[in-house]
Design a protein. Sequence first.
Length: 318
Amino acid sequence: MDEQLLQIARSELLGADRLLVTSHIRPDGDAIGSLLGLGLSLQAAGKDVQMVSADGVPSIFRHLAGSELVSTRPEGHFDLIIVVDCSDLERAGNALNGFSTPDLNVDHHPTNLNFARLNLVETEAVATAEMLAGYLPTFGLPITRPVADALLYGMITDTLGFRTHNMTPRALRIAANLMEAGSDLPNLYHLALLKRTFEAARYWGAGLSALQREGRLAWTSLTLADRRAVGYPGRDDADLNNILSTVEEVDVVVVFVEQGNGHIKVSWRSLPGFDVSQVALRFGGGGHVAAAGAELEGSLEEVQAKVLPATRALLNRN
Ligand code: AMP
Ligand code: MN
Ligand code: MN
């Protein structure tokens, strides 16, 4: 990252008294980990910080210290507005409605639109949390135990436990620094990736039994009826996509999740050689080479009729 840009970010952060930190809607572990990591560190440095997540903090992340301080709407005025792990303003949801252009954008998505006044975007970073863990010492901000836990949790979730193809030695060194700051890696790993609710396991069952394959493409859907039948509370795929992407015969997996508002959430996962972010972008979404998402209007059948041919085309190109 450009040293000069980091120094500008440092002086703006240290010069501000009232700061707003927010992240993306339907937050994942990196969104919440980065939000808490930066927010709690600024608080520990004596700043007045509001941490906002338009969709709140999903219950699976509430073990993270400080998650109880996150609100769904900002109140008052701010000297500095920071958005973390978010590729575009639309994905910040209504958290920033009525506010001016964000001051600082810290993110690792290649599809980032550089929407802020200062844009710290590192596409080689495995998680926004990794970037922040690297920046905090440069900014003169403390990495307390809750900050380290939040950031390590963000790194674990975005890398599925340090096993995605974008892993780097730098990411492991930063994770080691966070362990030295007091984080319990095995415990965070268990909470992030291994522990499931009974309802989530049954919800997987619905998706697994609907799994289809055509050549090296596999897909499935999770309907509102599936969700109701098992009592699964979320609107996500309960991580099913990451399970499906371990199937040996396939290179690309797509999961369609009925949202209940006339929209379908589409999630792609791919093996090296297939850039699913390009397909997601075409449908108004975004993401990474190997993991991307989009939300489309229409019924399950309508959305599948658009998305599956476009995804097949990606596979046929290779
Ligand atoms: P998901 O399939 O929801 O786990 O998302 C995979 C990746 O794509 C994540 O890095 C998300 O940040 C990104 N992503 C998911 N949905 C969208 C969207 N609607 N717009 C832009 N990026 C998205
Ligand atoms: Mn994220
Ligand atoms: Mn991320």
